[in-house]
Design a binder for this molecule. Structure first.
Ligand SMILES: NC(=O)c1ccc[n+]([C@@H]2O[C@H](COP(=O)([O-])OP(=O)(O)OC[C@H]3O[C@@H](n4cnc5c(N)ncnc54)[C@H](OP(=O)(O)O)[C@@H]3O)[C@@H](O)[C@H]2O)c1
Length: 270
């Protein structure tokens, strides 16, 4: 039975991964979330589904991921076919900040450090914790969800001066993912960064739904104003369907690439 772990599955893109994977026959889905009881959208999706297992973990805390991997191993007899590391700090109150939006350098340091723990160390923690299970599978796929905000060409093409902590820490995650790809290549792994495109996740954002929707609108209109580029905003359903087609088709030749949800190598929108 194919097995998938989705790290950061309470809402947004991760939640949609769980929904679409759970609908596949004979597939086990492990939804890893910080707060299972508070993940109300996930609880609703998983209700009555025997193939969805909700497990608690915080990606900033490695020991919780080690514990999660043990719980997965008990269900799968020690194997995991595909790890999808989706978790990131996308807090609408901080994600759009530029260098001038911090009152003090201490505040900047503190927010960058928190973002680094989740966005950069998080993927390293989850890949390391699940590696023994992934090694025991014949599939050996690791997917870290990336962002154009962490891609140099996209930052330049889209004129993104803000999103400083988010962009820098997502860029570090691309480097970490690429290093894992090189390290694990000879063991038959396919390790990629996968950009979802711009996805409106406001429907499952919780209390900040309107603010999140406004954030997408403000960002896309700023990009349009400064570059003339109109970024297409997708639903989670459309983006994840495309991402899963890309993951299903992953072959060894793609190891180490930064891919777009539509399967080619990631390129900034034009
Ligand atoms: N939406 C877009 O347009 C877009 C574009 C490019 C890239 N991405 C990438 O896509 C991924 C998902 O984004 P999204 O838009 O779906 O974001 P989202 O709706 O804000 O969801 C973020 C998810 O990450 C989880 N998370 C945050 N910190 C965590 C931690 N310390 N431990 C465990 N889980 C944690 C959240 O769980 P809680 O509920 O516990 O907070 C939530 O499930 C991210 O990697 C993001 O960088 C998104």
């Amino acid at each position: 039975m194919p097995s998938y772990a989705v790290i950061g599955a309470s809402r947004g893109i991760g939640l949609e991964y769980v929904r679409q994977l759970a609908s596949r026959p004979d597939t086990s889905v492990f939804a890893i979330v910080r707060n299972p009881a508070g993940s109300t959208h996930l609880q609703a999706v998983a209700a009555g589904l025997k193939n969805v297992h909700i497990i608690a973990s915080d990606v900033a805390d490695y020991s919780t991921l080690e514990h999660a991997a043990k719980q997965v191993a008990e269900v799968t007899e020690g194997k995991l076919d595909c790890l999808i590391h989706n978790a990131a700090n996308m807090d609408i109150n901080t994600v759009h900040k530029g260098f001038d939006d911090y009152t003090t350098m201490e505040e900047l340091d503190s927010e960058f450090t928190s973002a680094f723990k989740v966005n950069s160390l998080g993927p390293i923690h989850s890949i390391t914790a699940f590696l023994p299970l992934l090694r025991a599978s014949n599939t050996k796929k690791i997917v870290v969800i990336g962002s154009g905000a962490g891609d140099l060409k996209a930052i330049q093409a889209l004129n993104i001066a803000n999103m400083v902590a988010y962009g820098m820490t997502k860029a570090a995650a691309v480097i970490a993912t690429t290093k894992f790809a090189i390290k694990l290549k000879d063991e038959g792994f396919v390790v990629v960064t996968l950009a979802p495109g711009m996805v409106d996740t406001s429907a499952t954002a919780g209390t900040d739904e309107d603010v999140v929707a406004e954030g997408y609108a403000a960002f896309t209109s700023l990009v349009k104003e400064y570059t003339g580029i109109q970024i297409a905003v997708q639903t989670p359903q459309a983006s994840v369907a495309a991402q899963l087609r890309t993951i299903d088709g992953l072959e060894a030749s793609r190891n180490g690439l930064f891919l777009s949800h539509r399967s080619g190598e990631y390129r900034p929108p034009t």
